[in-house]
Design a protein around this ligand. Structure first.
Ligand code: ZN
Length: 99
């Protein structure tokens, strides 16, 4: 039986991707008008946990957005598989205790 290739762990991103509008603060900018303008963007931010409550926010340029999205999806997928493996390992451990 051939081993089915899983998600490539080298391309996994532990974070979440979010959208944000930004303000340029230039006087007279119609996008940034108070209460009216929505700002510029959206720009994409990859929010990555950097341990002990710290979060890194990394701007992702539009042409890399899809790739980043893919990486986040991959990370989630790998985590899911690890949980499945752990669950099987637990079953195996219980099984071996009986012998
Ligand atoms: Zn502006």
């Amino acid at each position: 039986m051939q081993c089915k290739a899983g998600p490539d762990p080298a391309l996994a991103l532990a974070g979440s991707l979010m959208k944000r509008m930004i303000r340029c603060n230039k006087p007279g900018c119609r996008y940034c008008e108070k209460d009216k303008g929505k700002g510029h963007g959206p720009i994409w931010i990859l929010s990555v946990s950097a341990g002990s409550r710290r979060v890194r926010q990394i701007p992702v340029p539009a042409h890399l957005k899809q790739e980043a999205e893919e990486g986040v999806r991959r990370y989630t997928e790998i985590q899911k598989r690890l949980k499945q493996i752990s669950s099987l390992s637990l079953d195996l451990l219980e099984e071996r205790k009986k012998r």
